[in-house]
Design a protein around this ligand. Sequence first.
Ligand SMILES: Cc1cc2nc3c(=O)[nH]c(=O)nc-3n(C[C@H](O)[C@H](O)[C@H](O)COP(=O)(O)OP(=O)(O)OC[C@H]3O[C@@H](n4cnc5c(N)ncnc54)[C@H](O)[C@@H]3O)c2cc1C
Length: 277
Amino acid sequence: MNLSEIHYPHNLQELTLLLEHERNVQIIAGGTTFGYVQASRYLSFEPSIAYIRHIPELISIHKTERMISFGAACTLSELEHVYPFEQGQAKELMHTIGTSAVRNIATIGGHLMYGKRFLTLWALLACLDAELEFKAILKTSTKNIWYLADERGVPAIGSGNLLTRIRIPLQSIDHLFIKRVGGSMFPEGDGAYLVSAATVDRRSIANFKLVVAGARAYRDYDAEQRIISSPYPLPARILQNALRMYAESLRKSNFWNVELLLPLISQALENLQRSNT
Ligand SMILES: Cc1cc2nc3c(=O)[nH]c(=O)nc-3n(C[C@H](O)[C@H](O)[C@H](O)COP(=O)(O)OP(=O)(O)OC[C@H]3O[C@@H](n4cnc5c(N)ncnc54)[C@H](O)[C@@H]3O)c2cc1C
């Protein structure tokens, strides 16, 4: 049996110092994934473990006129009452994750840094342009959430990366479409979420994003650009054109089940034509 030393840093400085000086530190936030990511029946841990839920900077929530920023160690329950999870479909999506007991422990940082696949909230956060702040001892960097995916859309979580904050621009979303496809989302499985978000500005589409995330993550920037700035409601020609672009890029990237996804993308675009969130 190997023994690990457990550290309880009290602030970010202590934590970044620890990560700098020790090799192979295992970060634990809620700790809800550990039974699932072990390679064998026997539990094994890194020589050093850092428990981060006591760090005030990582459990604070700030809101300005333009964005909301939450610490990576906020639990999913703590986020239930803040944008974008405080109402409507985003709230329902949050409630699909485990049980309230799980959400009281599981953190948003652990959810995003899971690494084996993209979990339930990923596609929504990607549609909302979430930015992630990472910290090392002398360096703070901010990356778009797509930093967590490689060019094939596979999770690419670098070891030793400390996620400190998640920032989401406060924007008015006029149309939100969320659909689950496939089976389970956690710990493995073929489940995925398709999310699209659109903003309509004086009878034209000011913003549109569509993301699918599960075992891999997918987005077609060109198809989105085809839709953005188009008149609203979308003319049939542009709608068909965008659908053709999605079909091509899904096939080209060999992304999951194209025949299943295409009707859903079509549904997302039709939904954009009629309903408001
Ligand atoms: C019973 C059960 C049911 C579940 N059902 C669902 C479901 O339906 N849908 C779904 O999407 N998920 C589900 N989950 C998964 C859940 O979302 C994750 O387990 C949880 O969000 C992970 O958070 P955590 O704080 O426990 O992470 P931890 O287990 O502590 O950490 C997860 C990983 O992230 C790393 N990490 C954590 N925080 C940071 C950080 N700040 N910086 C860098 N790395 C970090 C850890 O080192 C570890 O590798 C379920 C979990 C359980 C236990």
